[in-house]
Design a protein around this ligand. Structure first.
Ligand code: NDP
Length: 484
């Protein structure tokens, strides 16, 4: 098999296998073909990985930030040099078109390694003068062993978004990818070693949810960073709380995108396409509730349908293809189930709405109009190529409806009225907001959700706070006064 890795796990700088672990079949979503066979981590593998990370941490944190940063930046360079090969692997792991993976996966992973590599040397505390010559200084300390657990939509990116800030701060990591897409995180681990990371600094072990759960509850682990669904987030957060561990939770969403009638329709349609159909809709921050002001609704829908007809659906390895399969049969069936619910609950099907008759797990880009707030497709995260278009009349009305959800990951507004745009984003209950654009996630900007969509932020300087803690040191230059 062309994509078979040397072994299932990467621990202490080497590939490691334990065939006693449950089988994991890696399937190319465009054909259904098995492209690799791996094994889930056994308790012995989990133990080996945690020991390795624990043992490696003292020497890693003892390097200067400059030295750690240099290794991360070298890893970033290697990732960029191998972007095409890594993208081919990612396309086979996830089914996403090569047109996307060459610009959004290894490249964004490399951005994170470069950015946090650059920050590593400047992670310092501060000096705080007190009265009488006394002072306080603070030390930015690593947390220790961090666990990263990933979803299947952006496997390389997630492995790096968690690994890069963790390592920059002097932590070590055990990363568990989703068993649906286990291949590319192994490449990240290989590249880090090649770039000079000492063995054990970044380990990858495979497994189902039980492996993730055993990592989260281990007392050696100081921090857990999860990208996944809200139900998993709840479980992982609760388990981490038991050990008072630090957490970052990047969870699901049902984000609103509001299009006012003064918006540039072409841009709004582009935003809605990017925010619903990129990666076949499997993006956490997607703006799946598109509120369109009544005056432009039909024009918006017409232009959207015209533009969707230009989506090139097919073999994701074809560079002209812009829309690929869903990641798995299971995920496809979930999306098809929601499409049926949309039809049954009375939404107007404007575009798509069917499985595509070919090998693999293809679902048509699907648009429902006349969706109302209580329909299932407007309330639950679908994580597939299904857009709901809802009508609205006034700003006040749409603001309340946009926020009427348990989620708070992202939100966007299209309008040419500058003050209205800022008023709307001030009112959004969401961690990541967009004005006249959608779904950007550059490493320089904080990314994350509020409400049930998560805790903490990834990327930007803020991520450092989530992978380090401050030690406060009081220094007296005077005698110690005591009452007796
Ligand atoms: P899941 O929540 O099903 O799984 C996420 C990860 O957690 C997987 O690696 C999973 O392993 C693991 N896991 C499952 N149960 C446990 C447990 N009890 N303890 C520890 N780990 C566990 O999410 P999906 O993989 O299906 O990904 C889709 C979800 O991720 C969507 O809700 C999406 O919105 C969200 N997401 C959020 C992003 C963000 O940045 N906010 C970005 C991308 C996705 P296994 O797969 O083996 O069960």
């Amino acid at each position: 098999m062309k994509f078979q890795p040397r072994a299932s796990h990467f621990i202490d700088g080497e590939y490691v296998e334990d065939t006693n672990g449950a089988a994991i079949e890696v399937i190319y979503p465009a054909t259904g073909e098995v492209i690799a066979r791996l094994h889930s981590a056994t308790p012995a593998i989990v133990e080996q990985a945690l020991n390795s990370a624990k043992n490696a941490q003292a020497a890693w944190v003892a390097l200067s930030g400059t030295e750690r940063g240099r290794i991360l930046r070298r890893a970033s360079d290697i990732m960029r040099e191998r972007n095409y090969d890594l993208s081919v692997l990612e396309t086979h792991d996830t089914g996403k078109p090569i047109q996307e993976t060459t610009v959004a996966d290894a490249t964004s992973g490399a951005d994170a390694l470069e950015y946090f590599g650059g920050l590593a040397a400047s992670l310092t505390g501060e000096h705080i003068p007190l009265g009488g010559g006394d002072f306080v200084y603070t030390i930015c300390e690593a947390l220790g062993v961090c666990v990263g657990i990933g979803a299947w939509n952006y496997p390389t990116q997630i492995a790096c978004w968690k690994g890069a800030p963790a390592l920059a701060c002097g932590n070590t990591m055990v990363f568990k990818p989703s068993e649906t897409t286990p291949l590319s995180a192994l490449k990240v681990a290989e590249i880090l070693v090649e770039a000079g990371a000492p063995k054990g600094v970044y380990n990858v072990i495979q497994g189902y949810g039980d492996v993730g759960a055993s990592l989260v509850s281990d007392p050696r682990v100081a921090k857990v960073s999860l990208t996944g669904s809200v139900p998993t987030g709840r479980k992982v957060y609760a388990a981490a709380a038991d050990g008072m561990k630090h957490v970052t939770m990047e969870l699901g969403g049902k984000s609103p995108m509001i299009v006012f009638d003064d918006a540039d329709i072409e841009n709004a349609v582009s935003g809605a396409i990017l925010g619903n159909f990129y990666s076949s809709g499997q993006v956490c921050s997607n703006g799946t509730r598109v509120f369109v002001q009544k005056g432009i609704k039909e024009a918006f829908l017409k232009r959207l349908s015209e533009r969707l007809a230009h989506a090139k659906i097919g073999d994701p390895m074809d560079e002209d293809v812009s829309f690929g399969p869903m990641v798995s049969e299971n995920q496809m069936n979930i999306a098809l189930g929601y499409i049926e619910k949309g039809k049954a609950e009375g939404a107007r099907l404007v575009y798509g709405g069917e499985r595509i008759e070919r090998d693999g797990y293809f679902v048509q880009p699907t648009v429902f109009a006349d969706v109302t707030d209580n329909m299932t497709i407007a309330r639950e995260e679908i994580f597939g190529p299904v857009m709901s278009v809802l009508d609205f009349e006034t700003e006040e009305e749409v603001m309340a409806r946009a926020n009427d959800t348990e989620f708070g990951l992202a939100a966007g507004v299209f309008t040419n009225d500058l003050t209205r745009a800022h008023r709307i984003v001030a009112g959004f209950e969401a961690g990541t907001c967009y004005i006249n654009t959608y779904n950007l996630a550059p490493v320089e900007a904080p990314f994350g959700g509020s409400k049930m969509s998560g805790v903490g932020r990834e990327n930007s300087k803020l991520a450092i706070n989530h992978f380090s803690e401050m030690k406060t040191v009081y220094v007296s230059m005077n005698d110690v006064e005591a009452p007796y």
